[in-house]
Design a protein around this ligand. Structure first.
Ligand code: 13P
Length: 247
């Protein structure tokens, strides 16, 4: 059950949200469920100070630059994320692809570099509404997975890679994808994973993201090939995200 806070929350706001979440779910997280928060760089340590000691919790960066260190003004390295308590990082979120112009190849470099530098990586994929209307959903996801996972070793530990299917038209719009659309896309992702990782594909988690709320979460995670959710807006409130975590 993953949260993506995007460019929201100061350090004190992040700490308060994490405390609210902890107070609502402590002692209630089922053994087979994990909770992840991808927070802005400046808030990572605040979240880690509240939740870092929980065995069900993972802290994640929202982005990373694929180099050890260097003259990359404004960027963050894998080592810097780990230094703040992160075990995970997102790559290829649609806002990075479409607002910052990141290519499929660059996203793939981040995945490869993050894995080689001890981060587990969450690769986000998903089509725009134009691509869906043109009947190109599978082609878009196929290319994003192919290029995003191009540098991943076939013997990868399956926990270290997570795929998040987030149709761009469902992100922040309140328009959640329908069950058939989600099932179809997730099955396609699973089959693609089978091609790439024939021994591991069933153990790689596939998350759905796009207007997930406390009221629709249980129905979504019950669908075939949906192993969890990646939540934006509804994760910003600790109470609301706690309901999603326990849905
Ligand atoms: P919303 O839950 O606000 O639609 O955002 C989804 C998302 O982009 C998570 O990464």
């Amino acid at each position: 059950m993953a949260a993506n806070w995007k460019m929201f929350k100061t350090r004190s706001e992040a700490e308060k949200t994490a405390q609210t979440l902890l107070s609502k779910i402590e002692g209630k997280v089922p053994a087979d469920r994990e909770v992840l928060i991808a927070a802005p760089f400046t808030a990572l340590s605040s979240v880690d100070s509240v939740l870092g000691s929980q065995d069900w919790f993972h802290l994640s960066g929202e982005n990373m630059y694929p180099a050890k260190e260097g003259a990359f003004t404004g960027e963050i390295s894998a080592d810097m994320l780990k230094d703040c308590g992160c075990g995970f990082c997102l790559a290829g979120h649609s806002e990075r692809r479409h607002i910052m112009g990141e290519s499929d190849e660059f996203v793939g470099e981040k995945v490869t570099f993050g894995l080689a530098n001890d981060l587990s990586m969450i690769l986000c994929v998903g089509e725009t509404i134009e691509e869906r209307k043109a009947g190109n959903v599978q082609q878009v996801i196929d290319t994003q997975l192919e290029k995003g996972l191009a540098g991943v070793e076939a013997d990868i530990v399956p926990d270290r890679i997570v795929i998040a299917y987030e149709p761009v038209w469902a992100i922040g719009t309140g328009e959640v994808a329908g069950p058939e659309e989600i099932k179809e896309a997730h099955l396609f992702v699973r089959k693609k994973l089978e091609n790439i990782f024939p021994d591991k594909f069933n153990d790689i988690k596939i998350l759905y993201g796009g207007s997930v709320k406390p009221g629709n979460c249980a129905e979504i995670i019950a669908l075939d090939n949906v192993d969890g959710v990646l939540v934006g807006g509804a994760s910003l409130d600790g109470e609301s995200f706690s309901q999603i975590v326990l849905a």
